[in-house]
Design a binder for this molecule. Sequence first.
Ligand code: SIN
Ligand code: CO
Length: 401
Amino acid sequence: MQFGYFFANSVIIPQMKLNNPLGDLHPDEFLQQYWQKKPVLIKQAIKDFSSPVSAEELAGLACDESFESRIILEKDGQHPWELKTGPFKQDDFARLPATHWTLLIQDIEKHLPELSYIIEAFHFIPDWRLDDLMISYAPEHGSVGPHVDAYDVFLLQAQGKRHWKINTQIDQSADILDDTDLKILKDFSCEQEWILEPGDMLYLPPGVAHYGVALGDCITYSIGFRAPSHRQLLQHYLQTVIENIPENAFYTDPNLDRQQNPHQITEQNIERLKQTISDYLSLDKELLKYWAGTLLSESKELFQTDGIDEQTTLTEFIDQWQSKQALYRNTALKFLYIVDDISINFYIDGQVFNATTELSQQAEWLCSAVHINYPELGHIEHRDALLSLMYDLYCHGHYYF
Ligand code: SIN
Ligand code: CO
């Protein structure tokens, strides 16, 4: 298949809303029965679903350097299961074989806010657990090989058919193939299998081996989740604790008893050292909130914002908004908040933004609106507090016109 080339910003997708993406399965039942427990195939999870992005558009996006794209060639590459990383050129697509390859584009909703509605449909799971929307295109026999992922994933069939086989007994410790950059299972046997058609969706908890092969031209959407590793949790927590320790705080021992054996580290020494660190690990509630907010709102490196706009004044910001009408949220970032009786803190891109509790009512709306038209503010309570928060966020690059 030969692809036309065009740029990401030429993709125009109508803004839509999906209600329950689980078909007849209620989200509560899904969470009780399946989430993080066992796979489930949902036939017609999203009835009449068709991919808002075509294969040709995906190829165009893969040629844009701001997108993270990969091509996996099972055959006819330099070796079996060759992994090529983008950006690609039009010629790269012209040279591909007719079958046995897959194009994958990661984090696509972060570049194309028009696709946020797909991710938002999965909001029965907290937003901080969502990782990305990955879209794959494959011709006949295209596959990324049998493998195991460490994360939960919903595999939504968007165009054509894919034959999925899974095995819940094979885990991440199973042998993988040598001589490829991919973690492909050496031995895969099928325990359950299905042919997915557009609108069908397969949910897999972490650690279930899966193998999907395209039956003709095929587009699959992977709504992937993330979970911090225990190492990451503790590393970030300790970092947060350390940042709060005054530099001039040192170990003290004012009640030192004379030691018989000066080379010995005694029980008492250990006890005093333990006391010193355990005072810091007392899991203070406020510190825990700050730690959770900054950690869970962290962005992938590619999407991190830097630099602050110190030029624009609040009045100029409001004037611009009035004249341009729509202000867009940077959908590449997570907008999270923690609220209690006395404060509300917004956490974006690993940073905290304080606001007054009067904005609690607006928090969910603010964090989910993809764009806000200036006239919408007319109905909003505590408009000034909101404007000043949004101005701060705008200056940090979290909103744009
Ligand atoms: C694909 O879309 O081909 C692969 C998705 C996955 O296995 O996670
Ligand atoms: Co996978």
